[in-house]
Design a protein around this ligand. Sequence first.
Ligand SMILES: Cc1cc2nc3c(=O)[nH]c(=O)nc-3n(C[C@H](O)[C@H](O)[C@H](O)COP(=O)(O)OP(=O)(O)OC[C@H]3O[C@@H](n4cnc5c(N)ncnc54)[C@H](O)[C@@H]3O)c2cc1C
Ligand code: SF4
Length: 329
Amino acid sequence: MKSFELAQPRTLDEAVAASGGSFIESRHLAGGTDLLATIKERVETPERLVNLKGIPGLRSIEVTPEATIIGALATHSEVAEHAGIAKHHPAFVETILKCATPQVRNAATIGGGLCQRPRCWYFRHPDYTCKKKGGATCYAQEGENEFHTIFDNGTCCAVHASNLAPVLLAYDAVLTVRGPAGTREVTMDAFFVDPDKNVMVENILAPNELITHVTIPAAARGMGESYVEVREKQSFDWALVGSTVLLDMQGASVKSARVVLSAVAPRPLRLPAVEKLLLGKPSEKAISKACDKAVEGATPLEHNGYKLALVKATLRRAVATALERGRKG
Ligand SMILES: Cc1cc2nc3c(=O)[nH]c(=O)nc-3n(C[C@H](O)[C@H](O)[C@H](O)COP(=O)(O)OP(=O)(O)OC[C@H]3O[C@@H](n4cnc5c(N)ncnc54)[C@H](O)[C@@H]3O)c2cc1C
Ligand code: SF4
């Protein structure tokens, strides 16, 4: 492990001032469950860690009639165990409880979960300088790619690893970001960076910007919600494929729908064309059509064609559960 300085800011301004202009100069440290692993694996070699944990006010969870506001340092466990979150955002709790282990969830923060680096084994191996680490080759495209993308796999086929990101995209959540120019709001849709734009990063944060809060608008409440994932191991594992479905229901009728797939593309994949097929009173035939539509345009790699069936299966189950929950109100 390369040695590094540790900055211990007590305010957001101090954290921004301690942050450098590149990810080599500094990285923000939250729970450390991902960052310290990448440093030990020599995948990341920052000169300074800026520890966010001493900054007050970043761990709060507030559920109001207008919105739910979660501090970036709230842990996965704190969010999942919050009664207001369980009541208003059940799919969020479902996705968190499928993430990692209880021990990891006790340390892992919401900000860190959104900003975790990809799990691609070539990226995580110190001896492979792939495109994401500034090299010229994507080793997964011709190599071991069973856990990789089935959409948008031209430049880098690592999937977005976060369980939180898809459901927060479905909720239309907004991130509050602090940097040298002050505070700005970033919608979840605008947060992700596609590999063909910049393969070295997964999101729009500059090295000296940090997430302070996540806001979920209240409009997302009262829906039939569901998150279904399939993974290789049941104890702890990242999703092979996941489906988030939010259905805004009036009686048995779907007024609007949100469908987001996890672990199939470099970003959580929202599917507006599938959402349209679920409007009204979707029949079994309409749901089957929606499931077929969800894999339209997929370009699976040599070893991950099985994900097509998993998309259809998780989506079908998530729609059925969301419909049932939505009908009950
Ligand atoms: C055994 C195991 C199983 C796991 N399984 C899953 C899983 O199933 N699903 C899943 O989604 N994840 C899984 N994870 C990953 C886990 O969710 C992440 O390690 C964790 O969420 C990272 O949060 P952290 O607070 O520890 O972040 P850190 O490790 O401290 O930081 C991670 C990254 O985020 C950046 N960062 C942290 N906070 C901020 C902020 N506020 N603003 C800007 N940048 C920030 C850091 O600079 C760093 O680049 C697993 C991890 C382990 C160890
Ligand atoms: S999929 Fe991305 S992270 Fe993995 S080897 Fe290819 S370029 Fe690197």
